[in-house]
Ligand binder design. Structure first.
Ligand SMILES: [Zn+2]
Ligand SMILES: [Zn+2]
Length: 411
């Protein structure tokens, strides 16, 4: 079941021009030649292209395909149904071109799209929202069942441009073979909207904006740390924003720290401002104590990639535990799982999180009117202890097995 469908990207070091191969999830690039570290950024999503092998003189047309990897959750009367999503689909609908990329993006090295590439890049007509709506239709096949909440939690969204040229047929310029029957007489590929891509990959120096020190992190990390001024940074598409962070100290030497987001949010349509509100909303077997009205409620979600059912398990249990705000404002030493879940995507999951604990079940009806707006976010590291094949967090009673780590690294 483990899917490792990531692809490889060929590119050059922005500093010295040396050739390099990146993994799809790689963000922090350290050049093996000049040792300079740079961070890959984009304002929206990454755009790649497949290399072509077309005969000289052919006019190339690049058709964009969407690619989405992540999880989909839907809250149904019988509970929340999580699933893994890994889809690719035409971003310009055309019956003459292949409907999806197939496996080619996994067998060939991609490149970043660049305006220097010859050929016409067709303008996408299908938005990422359209793509997710179509995916959702295939997942929620019984239209009569009420759906109280749903969410896509993405790990990656990108566009991959595949090269073609047109003779009497549409030819795949990767394999140089036809992918369509004879094209209709009135088909004119030059009438399709397109041009040079107005996008290129951007790199920013991986330096602490606060003190200028080298930022550190795993190559797939979305948050980088500065050990000099003890700060944590997340890229915002053009630079780095500081992220408030903290940790619960480890009790054993060989603990491994897992990152979680703690999210303050405005929740409308339901009372969920305090711990006392949570006790009522989740119908917990507890009597509201003095002071609970003043303890602000926070959502919690994993900040690392994880199987959808585990994501839900951690989100629900930590949110119900409401860890107190007495974490130490420090970065962990030793083994740390990198932040690989974008904060924006974690925020997407909040309504599903709420759906996972709201009780009694007839209360699920109110979710329709609920809107959740994230206001602030803190990254908190929790130490997990090892015991045989298990990893556990005694203070908040979280348990998982070591397979999760392997999964987190390969997802
Ligand atoms: Zn270099
Ligand atoms: Zn610093």
């Amino acid at each position: 079941m483990l899917k490792t469908s990531g692809f490889l990207i060929e590119h050059q070091c922005p500093q010295c021009g040396a050739p390099a191969t990146l993994e799809e999830t790689e963000r922090l690039f350290t050049c093996p030649f000049c040792r300079v570290k740079s961070y890959l950024v984009t304002r929206d999503y990454f755009r790649y292209m497949l290399p072509h092998a077309a005969p000289a003189g052919q006019s190339l047309v690049f058709l964009p395909y969407w690619r989405f990897k992540g999880s989909f959750f839907v809250s149904l009367p019988g509970g929340i149904k999580p699933r893994i999503v890994d889809v690719s689909q035409q971003a310009v609908p055309s019956p003459l071109f292949p409907v999806s990329l197939g496996l080619r993006s996994q067998t060939l090295k991609l490149r970043f799209v660049s305006p220097e590439q010859d050929g016409v890049f067709l303008k996408p007509k299908v938005s990422s929202k359209d793509l997710l709506r179509l995916a959702e239709e295939t997942f929620t096949s019984s239209p009569r069942e009420p759906k109280f909440a749903k969410a896509f939690v993405g790990e990656s969204l990108s566009q991959i441009y595949s090269p073609f040229y047109v003779t009497d047929k549409v030819m795949d310029a990767v394999l140089n073979r036809p992918v369509s029957p004879a094209v209709p007489g009135d088909f004119d590929v030059s009438k399709m909207e397109g041009g040079k891509p107005d996008w290129r990959i951007e790199f920013i120096p991986a330096l602490c904006p606060n003190c200028g020190w080298d930022l550190q992190g795993e190559k797939n990390a979305l948050a980088l740390s500065c050990s000099n001024c003890n700060s944590l940074w997340m890229n915002n598409g053009k630079g780095f924003n500081r992220l408030e962070c903290g940790l619960f100290p480890a009790e054993t030497q060989d603990s491994i720290y897992f990152p979680f987001y703690s999210i303050r949010a405005d929740v409308s349509g339901i009372n969920l401002r305090s711990y006392a509100d949570l006790v009522k909303t989740a119908n917990m077997a507890k009597v509201v104590q003095e002071g609970w009205e003043e303890r602000p409620f926070r959502f919690w979600t994993p900040a690392f990639k994880i199987r959808p059912q585990d994501f839900l398990f951690f989100s629900r249990n930590l949110t119900l535990s409401q860890p107190p705000k007495d974490y130490v404002p420090q970065l962990p030493q030793g083994e740390v799982l990198p932040v690989t879940m974008p904060a924006k995507e974690a925020v997407e999951s909040l309504k599903i999180n709420l759906a996972s604990f709201i009780k009694p079940p007839k209360m699920l009806q109110v979710l329709d009117a609920v809107e959740i707006k994230a206001k602030s976010l803190v990254l908190v590291y929790f130490p997990f202890q090892r015991s045989g094949n298990e990893l556990f967090q005694p203070a908040f009673n979280l348990r998982t097995n070591k397979a999760l780590l392997e999964y987190a690294k390969h997802l």
